[in-house]
Design a protein around this ligand. Sequence first.
Ligand code: FAD
Length: 473
Amino acid sequence: FTKNNFNIKRGNFSHVEEEHLYFFRKLLGESRIITDLSDLEKYNVDWNKHLRGASTIVLKPKTTEEVSKILSYCNNNRLAVCPQGGNTGVVGGATPVFDEIIVSTELMNKVINLDEKSGVLTCEAGCILQNMDEFLQQKNLIFPLDLGAKGSCHIGGNVSTNAGGLRLLKYGNLHGNVLGLEVVQANGTVLDLLSTLKKDNTGYHLKHLFIGSEGTLGLVTKVAIQCRLRPKSTHVAFLGLQNFNQVLKTFYKAKQDMDEILTAFEVIDTPSMELANEKLGLGSPIGDYPFYVLIETTGSNEKHDEEKLDGFLQTCLNKNFILNGTVTGEVSKYKAIWEVREKLPQGYIKDGFVFMYDMSFPLENYYKLVEDLREHMGSLSHRVFGFGHLGDGNIHIQISVKEFNQDVANHIEPYIFELTKKYNGSISAEHGMGFLKAKYLNLMKSQESINLMKNIKQMLDPNGILNPYKVLF
Ligand code: FAD
């Protein structure tokens, strides 16, 4: 669907004209500007292929200085800008709504420094997550973030969305791991917050303003991040369970028995697994069960970790928390198990039109909304399913329908968000508000908080050129 579905008015921004093109060409040269309609397509359309922008130009700066000149020029000429990393975001944050200029970080992809002793990596914003992790692997280090889109998402995009991912349970979120940032403000001012110190309480922690602000407050150009030692031992268990209550019992037991090595605790429900079967040809390695759990442990002592995991699994079997399972420490085998979980988003985009939600809840309410939605949707949808990072209270809920239909959309929203609030949850656990959820911000934040957010936006971007119509709208 397009902006026509959203009843939104274009802001009072200039349109890109020949004089602007002249400036950008002079700054970047012809080869780092895209204006050809077919080449623009992949930047104008979001990952889910739900949204289409109408940008007429993509700019590909290579340096902070170029970003600074672009933003300063855009600010002076009231040209709106949409920062874009790998374009894997799923809430429309990186897709222009009208004809915003897309500033892509894809050519800002250099490692600046790796301090092997401290594990601090400093890199440009356009570095691809998987490339960084492979680079770190050679030094026996690991990036403290991992997610299904790692092959194309950028570190700058990860920081700007405060991405959570598969191993947040162990490594915590980016507010904790990012040590420093370099950011270009809307008026082109370069803000050097690129500290690599772990402790630095000298005044306000400005970097946090930009972590998770989805390109609305500044354009992140460099990131310093604390990486960890690569674990020596990794084990993955894939389990089948009777009901959600048993899933919770298994999680609490896992925390109790092996908190220090627990890296991931993911849950998958039956319709999600059916989807993996039908659309991806992937499936459960242990047969069919109402719920599946994927547990990963990582540590420094193979024998110790194995004993702990085996002991935990034995107790879960004895107590009937789990019905069946398989466990492996072999790289190829655990990668195959992870593949089922990581590829789920690639399956559901083949399942007709999918309404996607990314919620977090107190664990006792974690699965309630999926059950409510099945009843609420009745025959209007062909699949309502949930899977996600249970260890972080984070569930991805999907509703598949044959094709997009506004009446069905109205049947889902705001119902789904109101219920999320009733269950003390968040309507965006890790994906952000972007464009698609921005109008529901008032469900989550008090008026006082929204006013403060608006004041901060006004102060940092008085002309509102940075990612308009997103987050605060
Ligand atoms: P983009 O999509 O390009 O941009 C996202 C937002 O950040 C936009 O608002 C954009 O304007 C802004 N932005 C991008 N770069 C910059 C910059 N340099 N400066 C300022 N603003 C910028 N997310 C999770 O949190 N956890 C997951 O487990 C997860 N799994 C995923 C699996 C799949 C298969 C897919 C497709 C997505 C998944 N996501 C997940 C969502 C997405 O990958 C993340 O939000 C990711 O961090 C986005 O990075 P990106 O470079 O693609 O950013």
